[in-house]
Ligand binder design. Structure first.
Ligand code: DGY
Length: 325
């Protein structure tokens, strides 16, 4: 059995597959494969372990319908045509749970960085602008007792709520399709409508799954309903906010600040106006980028590969309805 891996991943994860007798071919170049190249590399493989943005779309799936398993090195699967994979009877797996803490840390970091204009102040030092002390210039805002609003309170949102409630006694409100009883019991979290979330949050952090329903959810109208003192955080997917509307909302003072680990498009252009706004902190999609988390993700992906190649149900399935037993 042979597996194609479209990135260089942790040796430990690769070894798990090799120890199971799988031949592993890794893409070593520091550039994305084109769709055609990915198809070509998968032609003589039985499985694909895919990290990063390569689209697993209808064209790819039909060209590689022979694959016994596709293991994603991510929890998100918005870049995969899951319905088509299911139709073709290809099991797809992901890496849920293990990156919740690291991603919530990133949201928390962005909240703090935006609230204290940290990246802006860092840039001042780099630009030799750490000079005259002006006690009233470029002040931040404090977070204690401010209301945290969570859009999509699942595992990552729960970890964000834990950090904010623990560090700053932040009351938690959330907007979900269904209730999160654990968060209600643990943080006294209150489920609200989307409009109430917009109107009442001091920090609004997006953690929802990216779907047609959540695409562009934070647009001009949404930002206009938020508090002028609010901070918007997005560590989910860049497509959940309309970037031009966010820029305008910040420039017009409709909201106070923003922290983004995800942008639209990615990578963000180096001259994007968001990078010049003092109350904005942007990171290059590093939510899960710790050694511990990335290594756990590789292990889970390897376990999905092994199960799929053996025709067993995947331990972390996206489309469990695909029966291969
Ligand atoms: C995920 O796991 O979905 C992260 O955002 C990495 O893409």
């Amino acid at each position: 059995m042979k597996v194609f891996v479209n990135r260089t991943l942790s040796e430990h994860g690769i070894k798990i597959m090799e120890d199971a007798g799988i031949e592993v071919v890794q893409w070593g170049e520091k550039r994305d494969l084109s769709s055609e190249e990915l198809i070509r590399h998968c032609r003589d493989c039985n499985g694909l372990l895919s990290a990063g943005p390569n689209k697993i779309d209808r064209v790819f799936l039909n060209a590689c319908a022979h694959l016994k398993v596709i293991a994603l090195h991510s929890v998100g699967f918005d870049h995969v045509d899951v319905a088509e994979a299911t139709r073709l009877n290809i099991p797809v797996g992901n890496t849920p749970g293990v990156l919740s803490g690291a991603t919530a840390d990133t949201a928390f970091l962005l909240m703090l960085a935006a609230s204290r204009k940290a990246f802006f102040h860092h840039k001042r030092i780099l630009n030799s602008q750490w000079g005259f002390f002006d006690p009233m210039a470029d002040l931040g805002i404090e977070l204690t007792g401010k209301t945290l609003g969570i859009f999509g309170l699942g595992k990552i949102g729960f970890e964000m709520a834990k950090r904010c409630a623990g560090a700053y006694d932040m009351p938690v409100i959330y907007h979900n399709r269904s209730r999160n009883e654990e968060a209600e019991a643990r943080f006294n979290a209150r489920r609200v409508s989307f409009n109430e979330l917009l109107e009442q949050s001091d920090v609004l952090s997006a953690h929802a799954v990216f779907t047609p329903e959540t695409r562009g959810r934070f647009d001009k109208d949404a930002f206009a309903k938020m508090k002028r003192t609010a901070i918007f955080i997005n560590t989910a997917r860049g497509g959940m906010h309309v970037e031009q509307d966010l820029i305008e909302a910040l420039q017009k003072g409709l909201i106070w600040g923003a922290g983004l680990d995800v942008t639209n498009p990615e990578p963000m252009a180096h001259d994007n106006p968001l990078l010049q706004i003092p109350n904005v902190a942007v990171l290059p999609h590093i939510g899960s980028a710790t050694s511990e988390t990335r290594s756990a993700m590789t292990r889970m992906a390897a376990e999905n590969i092994i199960a799929g190649l053996r025709g067993e149900p995947l331990p972390y399935p996206v489309n469990p309805e695909v029966g291969r037993v």
